[in-house]
Design a binder for this molecule. Structure first.
Ligand code: FE
Length: 165
């Protein structure tokens, strides 16, 4: 009789969601992408970047961009745009405002994530639970909905990424 070894747990890579028209390269390195002049409810997003074995990835690159609380992107400058690197435990932390959906889109935060320089780039969009437009937005993906708590200090969202290394 042969005893089969169980396969190691493999976590699925975070769902791809299209880049859309407003990505710009060259974003500044920072965790705070909104200042007090940007309209919108305060939003913090945090979580972890892991590999498909569930191991945290230190120094993963995350590049965020999004609309403000009125649905506007800054296409001239870098307001609501910024990249950062995960810490030693794979954690990231973003301080921003909650974006408003525009046209047919439900509210979303765009992000690209890469484990290391030569790794594939994951492009996705992070969504909010219980948004009306989630039902009608063709780009919406249930797999990239964040956990969001409303607090007196704004919305606190959590999302963990799984990327290929
Ligand atoms: Fe967008």
């Amino acid at each position: 009789m042969t005893i089969k070894k169980s396969a190691p747990t493999k976590f699925p890579v975070t769902a791809f969601v299209e880049e859309g028209p407003y990505y710009k390269t060259g974003s500044p390195e920072r965790q705070v992408i909104a200042d007090e002049n940007v309209p919108g409810i305060i939003l913090t997003v945090e979580g972890q970047v892991n590999d498909t074995a569930g191991k945290p990835i230190a120094h993963a690159w995350l590049d965020f961009w999004q609309a403000d609380g009125t649905g506007q992107y800054d296409n001239e400058g870098y307001v609501l745009r910024g990249h950062q690197y995960s810490d030693k435990k794979g954690r990231y932390h973003l301080e921003t405002v909650k974006p408003l959906g525009y046209q047919s889109r439900s509210p979303h935060v765009h992000v690209k994530v890469r484990a290391a320089d030569k790794s594939p780039i994951l492009t996705t969009q992070l969504f909010f639970p219980a948004e009306k437009k989630n039902k009608t937005d063709f780009i919406f993906n249930q797999l990239s909905v964040m956990d969001v708590q409303r607090t007196k200090d704004g919305d606190k969202a959590v999302f963990n990424f799984v990327v290929e290394t």
